[in-house]
Design a protein around this ligand. Sequence first.
Ligand SMILES: [Cu+2]
Length: 108
Amino acid sequence: MKNLLLVTALALAATPALAQHAGHGTAKPAASAAAEPADGEVRRIDKSRGTVLLRHGEIKSINMGAMTMSFKLKDPAMADQLKEGDKVKFTVEPKGEDLIITSIRKAP
Ligand SMILES: [Cu+2]
């Protein structure tokens, strides 16, 4: 019985120390993550449909892991500067059910 009282007293004594860590929220600039381009490699280009099949790395702005998938180009003319096998940097935006590539360029 004596030990139980001691444990309770220690727990109560420790509580204020934990509470001191509250209230240090740091606001992150949300725009920086969205604007960061993802890495990809062009696997196939379909000019008639305005789509590209990309093998891509993580896309932080839309919370997507690495995979190979097809994207619609915002402007089909964007495909003119690309060829299969190109390493690219690109940004995507969700639009309805699709993911649209809003910018794509050859990686340096
Ligand atoms: Cu994907």
